[in-house]
Design a protein around this ligand. Structure first.
Ligand code: SF4
Length: 698
């Protein structure tokens, strides 16, 4: 048996894996015992990966639509058609009629190539990734508070912390290895405490010393009230605040409007709980904060991030050992989406399309002129969908993503996809909810069938190498992007013969930036578990923590305490739609289940979606466990089986986000059918975590 080290392609923790293989066959995936991230730990997702390599739906050839049916075709025909159609649409409607949307588990090299093709050559900034759905609010939170999208902490801080503040993040399910490390700290250190903020009594809440079962979407009011108690009870680290922050007086004034009595009315938590939580924070010596989609998928997402940073800054829990914001991303390479520029307002190396100096720097590296790069940010993915509806967007190229199931208000999304003149879907499986609408399906390669790098949530860059060849005529995604670019007439900028060559060009865009990767080479990554960025030179060990000198990349060098008022979510419950729906994940499934939904023993764990409802509400609505109900919002309806649970609040219902039609075999079991496609104005991240629904018994 042969063995190669690799990196997990699922969540953004970046666990080190060992892949056992024989020629043409992946046999087993196990954890690396000596990896600094997972230290021998692993969850069930990568263990089941070998089953995906031989699945019947695995794409082996490109496909093109003929007589309304997708039929296998040759690469020559598929690439020629794609290039001709893209060039036609650009000529007829301009470059902004073209858009690109990828998953957040692609390799950095793939984001780099797609960005270069779209932003430098085609001239369209409509480049988006699922990072928009996952972490764009975290990114904007860091930018507004710190001055840069630069998560400062590292996983080793977990073993040094004495307080874990976990908000809107069921990490026992979504980030299991991090959860296991926190549990281990708790076992060793009886003084270490856990605060969980979540509207649901989750698996994570089961280890909490304090669980605030907050009403959905009221976190800003809670955080302001916690700041109120800290400020008014002498828990502010005055020296830290004076030397390293700005905005204290404004914040102090604003939080006077959030005494625990008012916050209790907004959040549903008791005054005593709010006070005790603040005191626990104030008495902590080293607090780490964790948050995820309960924060980020909301119309107040960036403000939730800012007000959480406020608590850390007020108490001096910033950028020192064991303390700070430990932001973990939901997908494997979301950090690279943000740093390599796979969002419509970004350029590689943490640069902005709207910044003329940034455009000049990148244009020089790309061998083009700054004028070629559009200074106006492109559309967010929700605005791309709107553009398909209006006809402003004519072509959409989707790489390793499934927007027909992953975006909110799914029927509206599908209708938009059906209007595209050209929908290119580059993926490893067919059918997906999205590939069913495609004009062209391009057979890409999956993890272990291609080579590239991931950047984890603690900024660790790692190499995942090709272990076996892709099946049939499937090709690596870098190769496919380069083939299309060459066929469109841009061969001179895409003369790469390997992902390593792409990486060598990519890393030049990071010179002198916080994401500096110039000290990284494929050889270095082959022989190590990868340094944490920035790593500017060959002999640099990498950077464990950022800003330890407390100099932040804002004009005044200080972190910003930001005064942010609470606002309710965009949609309210009322007499007609009396329940607030929140959604979440199950441990065996990942996102829309394109991969995990195809693993037989996982998809039989739970056969269909369910609706968690509080016993009081079940009584009022005369429903019983096992009843089939439709949950109806102002946009659509979704079917599920009633599960009566004390774990949800009265007036709130919960549903898992998986169960698209490919996974469940039913057209009406996907929670996103009813979710609201409104977004946070600062991050453009949609509000998946709150919509008003009613329940009708079938
Ligand atoms: S915790 Fe995340 S990175 Fe680690 S093995 Fe599980 S999915 Fe992969």
């Amino acid at each position: 048996m042969l063995q190669k080290k690799s990196v997990c392609p699922y969540c953004g923790i970046g666990c080190g894996l060992l892949v056992d293989y024989e020629p043409g066959n992946i046999v087993k995936v196990s954890p690396m015992v000596d990896h600094p991230t997972n230290q021998g730990l692993i969850c069930q997702l990568p263990v089941n990966l070998p089953k995906l390599f031989t699945h019947k739906d695995r794409l082996r050839n490109p496909m093109m639509r003929q007589n309304d049916q997708l039929m296998p075709t040759s690469w020559d025909k598929a690439i020629s058609h794609v290039a001709l159609e893209l060039n036609r649409i650009i000529k007829d409607y301009g470059p902004d009629a073209v858009a690109f949307f990828s998953g957040a588990a692609c390799f950095s090299e793939e984001y780099y190539l797609a960005n270069k093709l779209m932003k430098a050559v085609i001239g369209s900034n409509n480049v988006e990734s699922t990072s928009r759905l996952c972490m764009s609010s975290t990114a904007m939170g860091f930018i507004s508070t710190l001055g840069a999208d630069a998560p400062p902490t590292c996983y080793a801080d977990m073993e040094e912390a004495d307080l874990f503040f976990i908000a809107g993040n069921n990490m026992a399910v979504s980030l299991p290895v991090i959860f296991q490390r926190i549990c281990a700290v708790r076992e060793k250190n009886s003084h270490a405490k856990v605060i969980v903020i979540d509207p649901r009594i989750t698996e994570t809440a089961s280890i909490a010393d304090i669980h605030l079962q907050i009403r959905p979407a009221t976190d800003v009011a809670l955080n302001n009230s916690l700041a109120y108690v800290l400020i008014n009870n002498g828990f502010v680290d005055e020296e830290f605040v004076k030397k390293y922050t700005t905005g204290f007086e404004d914040l102090k004034e604003l939080v006077q409007e959030y005494p625990p009595s008012r916050a209790a009315r907004i959040t549903g938590c008791s005054e005593k709980q709010i006070f005790e939580t603040a005191i626990t924070i104030g008495q902590s010596k080293a607090m780490l904060t964790f948050w995820l989609q309960g924060y980020n998928q909301s119309t107040q997402a960036v403000f939730k991030n800012n007000t959480l940073h406020n608590l850390l800054l007020l108490t001096g829990n910033y950028c020192r050992v064991g303390a700070g914001p430990l932001s973990i991303t939901g997908e494997a390479n979301t950090m690279a989406c943000r740093w390599i520029g796979a969002l419509s307002h970004l350029l590689p190396g943490m640069r902005l399309v709207s910044n003329s100096r940034h455009r000049e720097e990148v244009a020089e590296l790309w061998g083009t002129t700054a004028e070629k790069i559009n200074p106006i940010p492109g559309r967010s993915i929700i605005d791309i969908i709107k553009g398909l509806h209006s006809g402003d967007i004519r072509a959409l190229w989707v790489l390793a993503s499934n927007p027909a199931a992953s975006l909110p208000h799914t029927e509206w999304v599908k209708e938009a996809l059906s209007k595209a003149e050209l929908l290119i879907v580059q993926d490893i499986f067919h059918p997906t909810e999205t590939s069913m609408f495609a004009n062209v399906v391009l057979a890409g390669a999956q993890w272990c069938e291609k080579t590239g790098t991931f950047i984890s949530s603690e900024r660790r860059i790692q190499l995942a190498e090709k272990v076996i060849a892709p099946p049939g005529n499937a090709k690596s995604d870098c190769d496919i992007i380069c083939m299309i670019a060459k066929e469109m007439g841009f061969a001179d900028k895409f003369l790469f013969t390997s992902p390593e060559e792409v990486f060598e060009e990519l890393k030049k865009t990071t010179s002198g930036r916080i994401c500096d990767a110039n000290g990284v080479s494929y050889d270095r990554l082959r022989n190590s578990t990868g340094p944490q960025l920035p790593c500017p030179t060959d002999d640099h060990p990498g950077t464990k923590r950022l800003f330890e000198n407390m100099q932040f990349p804002r004009p005044d060098g200080r972190a910003a305490l930001l005064a942010r008022h609470f606002q309710p979510p965009s949609e309210q419950t009322d007499g007609e739609y009396p329940f607030a729906l929140i959604t979440g994940r199950m441990a065996p499934q990942f996102n829309t289940g394109t991969r995990t939904g195809r693993i037989t023993h996982l998809d039989t764990t739970v056969s269909t979606n369910f609706v968690e409802i509080h016993p009081n509400d079940a009584k009022d609505f005369e429903t019983a466990d096992g009843d089939v109900v439709d949950m109806i919002s102002r946009r659509g309806r979704v079917r599920g089986i009633v599960s009566i649970q004390e774990r949800v609040l009265p007036g709130t219902v919960y549903m898992n986000l998986h169960f698209g039609e490919v996974m469940s075999g039913e057209k009406n079991t996907l929670a996103n059918l009813v979710c609201n496609p409104v977004y946070d104005n600062y991050s453009k991240q949609p509000e998946y975590k709150f919509c008003a629904v009613k329940i009708v018994k079938i």
